[in-house]
Design a protein around this ligand. Sequence first.
Ligand SMILES: [Zn+2]
Ligand SMILES: [Zn+2]
Length: 465
Amino acid sequence: MRRRRVLGTTALAAVITAISGAAPSPAHTGADARGGEPILRAATTAETIAARQRYFGSADVDPATGSVRRDRVILSWVGVTNFAMAIRGHVVLLDAWVPRGGTSGYVPSSPEQLAALSPEAILIGHAHFDHAADAVAIAQASGATIVGNAEQCAAFRERTTSGMPPRCLTALAAGVAPGTTAEVDLLPGVGVRIMKHLHSAVTSPGGDSTGYHMPVTPLPSTTQVEHPPTPQDMLRLFGGLADSEAGTVLYRFEVGDLTLVWHDSSGPLTDNAPSALDALRGLGPVDIHVGAIQGFNQFSNGMRDIRQYIEAIGAPLFVPSHHDDWAAGITTKGENYREPLDTELARIPPERRPQVRFISDPADYVRPEALTFPVAFDAPRLTRRCVGSGRLRVGLRGDLADVREVSYVLGRRRAARRTRAPFHARFARSTLRAQLGRRLTAVITDVDGSRRTVRRTIPSCGLRR
Ligand SMILES: [Zn+2]
Ligand SMILES: [Zn+2]
């Protein structure tokens, strides 16, 4: 195994102290201390279409409207654990910071471009600067709702240095225990669940039955030399260094036949909140797990904590994040984490070991094809039930989240039109009798205007012609 060493730079110490919250907070003292935070300009429709084509791929974005294909989950990485995500056509951000300050121009993205995506929501894992420093500005420019726990929402109100504080949906109350979950009513047709867990932290080494875990301290890279930071970006970074964590939460998304979990830090649950491991097990079954593999625990327990998340969540596919060179000088190229991750995953029995879709910086930044997943929906089916004598009740089953309107045709007669779920209709005896032996058709119009039809025979419900 390649030899690794701990970096002893003062920058590392300063950043670690600041992120861990051990230092007295010099931030939140006004716009100047934060390097200012101008409200970004709202994007035009053309800019939104262009941004969505770039972040989600031209093939999956309607060039006329900018809407994203609904039968896909697409993640576009912009560094650390920050992703733009399209899910059932909803555009959201997972965390909200474009890494800069340690470097400039390394991540080919900007807060302006993320705002131009016109996201509906910004889901925050925790409020440290490398996850949330651009949240307020992007929300203000795009009108997106920030989602988080009560502590995070309070932090974003406090961090609003100009304009109105953005809308923040409090999905978990203040002070709840790790493992607490709640459903978030946010995106039609997408189940969203939030769960409190823990931020990465140093705990005593080797604290589990699988033995000693090698500290992971990869060698630095030359990214900072190749992409030196501008003074403006450095000011922006240092303005946010003391931002509070405000509690760490993860999200589980369920859409059609696909379930995805994302978390932006991986805490020492086995040491500090073992019941949260049970809560992770309760998230299953999960298909795709996107998780942070870099954190403070790497210096004491290597990849132990993330491996425990992986085992508890049990997804067959794991996507690592937070391992890129987002703060050159204290971080390194993501590729350097490949070997320690593989070594740790080898502790999982082969039949339960996930496949890893390793993403690397900078090649996989804003590369939607790296993380595009198809989604299948439960197709609408016609239901028919005879009620009373000679009357018929019809409806639809299946995934109806995208349905806007249903027209029922009995035989040759257009019999009912419904515009609200669950799209039920009843037909009287006389209507039914006239159409016996013919077919019942439902013409289903989706929110994007597309149409499909489903047909079944008309039951006689005891009637004769
Ligand atoms: Zn953090
Ligand atoms: Zn972080």
